[in-house]
Unconditional design. Structure first.
Length: 196
């Protein structure tokens, strides 16, 4: 619900293309969008001068708990993605929601230079099975050899049991011993691509 807020999406011009995970168009059916494209893991599409690839993460695809049927290994058929977005030799990875996983290593193995990775660092207590903690976010950024990290999924809403500022404090401590650089650490700041 925090990544696909329908009232927010209604404020965008309906001609703006939307890229979604496999089997998720039904979530936005009420928006009456002209251009909706679903991509699965490891699928790429071109929209204008952007190349967008669906990336695998460790999460789930249901919006409401009653939509899942774990006994069938099924999440209502809906998928869930991260995305790499490339243009003019620059690449940003939006990690979406994910627990720690090593799927992002494939980007480094393919020699894709990642200028910025946007990764979740909060809601790990008690949901560590589906949300990375700050140290795990740093590890995933390093898996793809990202130059900078933008932490999300913390401090905007109270989502979990960890103290409100613990995620950013732990992230800063983890980054002291590792790369990448920290792009932003508070709402309202500005960061420029290529500044690292």
């Amino acid at each position: 619900m925090d990544h696909c807020d329908l009232p927010s999406l209604r404020r965008f011009d309906p001609s703006i293309p939307i890229v979604m995970a496999k089997n998720t168009q039904s979530v936005i059916r009420s928006l009456n969008r002209r251009s909706v494209t679903e991509v699965d893991w490891n699928e790429s599409i071109i929209i204008g001068d952007l190349s967008i690839e669906g990336l695998r993460v460790k999460h789930f695809g249901w919006r409401f708990p009653w939509e899942s049927d774990r006994s069938k290994g099924d999440w209502n058929g809906r998928s869930y993605n991260a995305y790499s977005i490339s243009k003019n030799g620059r690449t940003i990875v939006f990690g979406g929601d994910t627990a720690y996983q090593e799927f992002f290593k494939s980007l480094a193995e393919r020699n894709i230079p990642i200028d910025l990775v946007i990764l979740p660092i909060g809601a790990y207590d008690p949901w560590i099975a589906v949300h990375a903690n700050p140290e795990q976010a740093v590890a995933m950024a390093n898996h793809m050899k990202a130059k900078a990290i933008l932490p999300v999924h913390w401090n905007t809403f109270i989502l979990s049991s960890e103290p409100q500022h613990e995620p950013i404090e732990r992230l800063k401590a983890a980054l002291k011993e590792h790369s990448p650089s920290l792009a932003l650490d508070a709402i309202g700041q500005t960061w420029k691509l290529g500044a690292v």
